[in-house]
Design a protein. Sequence first.
Length: 250
Amino acid sequence: MARIHLIDGEKGGVGKSLFTRVMVQYAIDKKLEHALVDADMTNQDVKRFYDYAVDAEFSEAVNKGDRADIIFELARNKPVIVNLPANVFPLVNNWIKKGRLLEVADKYGVDICKWFVCDGGFESIDLFYQSMNLHKDKMLHVFVRNLGKTDDWSFLENDATYQDLQKKYKNILQIADFPLLYPGDRYFIDSKKFRFDAPDIEETMPIMSQQRLSTFLEDSHCAIENTQLWAKDQQPKKKDAVKLQAGVGG
């Protein structure tokens, strides 16, 4: 069936919106069916570039408790990319827990992958640890190391907690490197509200900037591809469908 790709990071400024845009472009370039949700209601960076994005909101308000449910409904038919706002960790966890989302998702052939974008700071890494320890083996995680924020991650690779986490959750945790996009190049496309596939880029962007942007996208798409989380044969299946297939042929 389908997978919900939550683009998280909890902190502001770690690169969530940029990574979401890259993943959306990956799906477009690969002609992969998908839905897009921008849950950052205060600053819809992603919807500004991809206007087909659907709104969703995580809220404590009683009358808004169901405004994130559209994510699951969309995922019953196709993979969903969700751009999460900062400081939403408790609200997302509450939505998952109150709706028994992980149990319901399993029944309907939907699973959840959290792409946790990290800037290398202690707070960012600690929030990743919290997410892993909370969801354990019930949710796929991809730890996205943003090389545009920190280009040397050896300090973490030698950390005992990080090493233990990788061993403990080796079946549901992957590591992906998100390459640097030069600030000037990003400013150019953002200021003109260009999508990554905008034809105007070739006509107006300086040649060397175009080459750097092309390399950035190639490397980013390769990192996403290597996880195999968009591969057709790696998508979740309905429980009933799995049982039926297992019963074929006796």
